[in-house]
Write a protein of this length. Structure first.
Length: 152
């Protein structure tokens, strides 16, 4: 009885059917005109039997693209991950030194530490874009030489 084509469908079933149809369209199995026509049939469907002709000439399931592998903890970069805790410790250290020595000079450590840790993040970002291999190092060296020439 549950699989009977005369069973009425609701919005959830129509949305699932539209999702399946969209996957087939994304896989290139349908033209724009076919997708529009079949979408109209799905929107007007009242029973399961009304949905059956829409998918009659399409495969039962659409293979999904493999998901990219999760980045490993080791590749994420230990130095970069330490940047935020180091900045917090520098601020606390500057406060302690300020109150113990009664001089404001210690607060200059905060922007200096920010520059250093920002450099760590920037280097990680460039290596992530260029790659960690020899080719990425060569490109990075060329960029650094170009930047030095522009400054002079």
């Amino acid at each position: 009885m549950a699989d009977s084509p005369d069973v009425r469908i609701g919005t959830a079933e129509r949305e699932q059917a539209m999702q399946r149809l969209s996957e087939h369209f994304a896989a290139g199995r349908l033209s724009v005109a076919e997708f529009d026509e079949r979408s109209g049939h799905i929107a007007a469907a009242v029973t399961r039997g009304d949905l059956a002709p829409v998918f009659a000439d399409l495969p039962a399931s659409v293979p999904t693209a493999p998901e990219p592998p999760e980045p490993s903890e080791q590749r994420s970069g230990g130095r970069r991950e330490l940047a935020a805790p180091i900045m917090g410790l520098i601020v606390l250290l500057a406060l302690v030194l300020f109150f113990t020595t009664h001089t404001w000079v210690w607060f200059l450590m905060i922007p200096a530490a920010g520059i250093v840790t920002g450099g760590l993040r920037q280097r990680h970002h460039e290596h992530r874009i260029l790659g960690d291999g020899e080719r990425g190092d060569r490109i990075l060296e060329r960029r650094q030489r170009r930047d030095r020439r522009r400054r002079h």
